[in-house]
Design a protein. Structure first.
Lengths: 485, 102
């Protein structure tokens, strides 16, 4: 059998023109933004759009060629175009074949910082109550190793996980021994403020290829204001920790995340400069999340989506200028979205996928043995809301957690492919169900999207990127390079 | 009391689903109550911001209804090919599951 269809399958047919599924929105310029089933965008004038949807296109009129190239039309009975869309769709959704690749161990809820936006509701005392035990860790590890993914990532979270470093070492050693026996590769990350980092811990990380992820909110005054600790030296400790980790582990083995508070909004350039000066390869311009002390202290109400989007856009333009001046530096969320928009790689980022990443993308083992469908789910539990608690390491295994009625209901009910507004949203292919966020903010896992910060943010970022890709050649060149990273 | 603006549609030619979808899209600026009355759908739009001018809300709603009507029509027209593409993409997975179940 020939590997390729005959040439007639691709052109020359006189069969009727067939419209393929599409989504559209009115665009600001008076025309329409149209996307196909795999999220390729095309801008059409009002006349072009109406001709397209009425089927008034003929080969040679430019619109037919434009629509054919964008997988918006085919010919009845012609399967090649449909096969291409199907293959691309299958590739984009292939993240579902590697379920639960991320396993987060909350080894302690204690922390020596007292950040007012802390989303995990850290505790400052009582080691016996808020530290994970060895038995719990062992049981959690065995569940993690039951997951089908061939490559798993174990992330140590807190509180401040370095306060329980002996347990981290125990889990790492057990995982390194046990993973090959079940045919798995395992990678480790410690999410730490680095205040307690020592040379011994760095040497241990080096020996075991452990990545470090930390928090850096920007210049010293801003960082220390956002992240208070005894001595008021959080910034100094974080920066020293980053430098020490870069030296000991390599510059690509430590990353940092920032959280946007109201005080950050006018200072995006300074924040980015701080990251550049430290030799970090990019920044993730991250809004506050609506959990824990960020809600209790009302930090979350101090800015709206529009103010955050202004902050993001200014930051993105500043970063693009840095790139155009010759230095590679990324905005990581943008990079992720560009890979979604410009390639068909399966991107399983937990907040940007549908079916949702809860459980299917990550499991969280809390210090007390409770298992949650996401990190934000355990943050909600600390606020008294157990909606995303799936079970307990003592009484559950991987299968019972993943196939629990609760998880199936939450994932099934929040699919963007059929949620109100999302199902017809022109950006749906590049967005995701975020049931934890919408449950937390609207008490509805599906979410009322016209009222959702998440939705406004997604639409704002995606429309900004489409605009740059279409209308700003110099910026588009940089953005296209990012999508290949 | 904020003044509401009323828009009427002929029940014989206008789908209720499209009206509901349009009302949903407007939730950030107005609440919409839809009632049936004498062969018409009566849509009563109440702005969320009392100082908001009603006219732009009305026109936005009409645009939304027009778009939702079109989306409904396109969905129905492209449903067979959409299902075909989905079966080409994921049908093999379903057959594997059927094999396992069998």
């Amino acid at each position: 059998m020939s590997r390729f269809l005959p040439a007639e399958a691709f052109h020359g047919t006189e069969n009727a023109i067939q419209l393929l599924p599409l989504r559209f929105e009115r665009a600001g310029y008076g025309g329409y933004l149209v996307s196909n089933m795999v999220g390729d965008f095309v801008r059409l004038s009002t006349d072009e759009f109406h001709r397209l949807v009425e089927g008034n296109v003929i080969p040679g009129d430019d619109l037919y060629e434009k629509a054919f190239a964008a997988h918006l039309v085919s010919r009845a009975g012609q399967t090649a175009q449909l096969q291409v869309v199907a293959a691309r769709l299958r590739s984009r959704m292939a993240f579902l074949r590697e379920p639960s690749a991320l396993h987060m161990f909350v080894v302690t809820l204690r922390c020596e910082h007292s950040c007012p936006y802390c989303q995990v509701s850290r505790q400052s005392t009582d080691k016996s109550r808020f530290d994970m035990t060895e038995d719990t860790a062992e049981r959690a590890l065995s569940i993690a190793l039951e997951s089908p993914a061939a490559h798993i990532k174990i992330e140590f979270q807190g509180g401040e996980p370095l306060l329980n470093f002996p347990l981290i070492a125990k889990i790492v050693e057990n995982a390194i021994q046990a993973a090959p026996k079940v045919g798995k590769e395992v990678e480790f990350v410690i999410a730490s403020n680095l205040a307690l980092l020592t040379d011994d811990i760095l040497a241990y990380c080096k020996r075991n290829s452990i990545l470090l992820s930390t928090s850096l909110d920007g210049p010293e005054d801003l960082h220390n204001r956002n992240r208070p600790r005894p001595g008021g030296n959080s910034y100094k400790l974080a920066v020293n920790g980053i430098k020490a980790a870069q030296k000991a582990l390599g510059t690509d083995r430590v990353g940092a995340l920032m959280t946007t508070t109201e005080a950050s909004l006018d200072r995006v350039e300074e924040i980015i400069d701080e990251y550049v000066a430290l030799g970090l390869d990019g920044v993730f311009l991250r809004p506050l999340s609506p959990y824990g002390f960020a809600v209790k202290t009302k930090q979350i109400k101090k800015y709206d989506a529009k103010r955050w989007l202004d902050f993001y856009k200014r930051g993105l333009h500043y970063i693009l200028d840095i790139n155009r001046a010759g230095q590679d530096f990324f905005e990581f969320y943008t990079l992720l979205l560009l890979r979604r928009m410009l390639t068909d790689q399966p991107i399983g980022y937990v907040d940007l996928r549908s079916p949702a990443g809860i459980g299917l993308g990550a499991l969280v083992y809390n210090y007390d043995g409770k298992v949650f469908a996401s990190d934000e789910g355990r943050m909600l539990a600390e606020m008294g809301d157990n909606t995303f608690e799936l079970g307990h390491v003592d009484s559950d295994n991987y299968r019972s957690l993943i196939l629990s009625d609760k998880l199936i209901e939450l994932v099934g009910s929040s699919l963007t492919q059929c949620a109100p507004e999302c199902l017809n949203c022109v950006y749906e292919s590049h967005c995701g169900a975020n049931p934890v966020y919408h449950h937390a903010t609207q008490n509805d896992p599906v979410g009322i999207k016209p009222l959702s910060f998440f939705c406004v943010r997604q639409k704002g970022i995606l429309s900004t990127l489409i605009d740059l890709l279409d209308n700003s050649p110099n910026e588009a060149k940089v953005l296209r390079q990012w999508s290949a990273m | 009391m904020v003044d509401a603006v009323t828009v009427e549609f002929d029940e014989a030619v206008q789908s209720l689903d499209a009206l509901n979808a349009a009302a949903y899209r407007l939730l950030d600026v107005a609440s919409c109550q839809i009632e049936k009355s004498g062969g018409k759908f009566v849509c009563r739009l109440t702005p969320k911001n009392p100082s908001q001018d009603n006219e732009p809300i009305k026109f936005r709603f009409l645009d939304c209804v027009t778009d939702e009507n079109l989306r409904e029509r396109l969905a129905s027209k492209t449903e067979p090919v959409r299902n075909l593409i989905l079966s080409l993409a994921f049908g093999a997975l379903a057959s594997k599951q059927d094999d396992k179940a069998g």
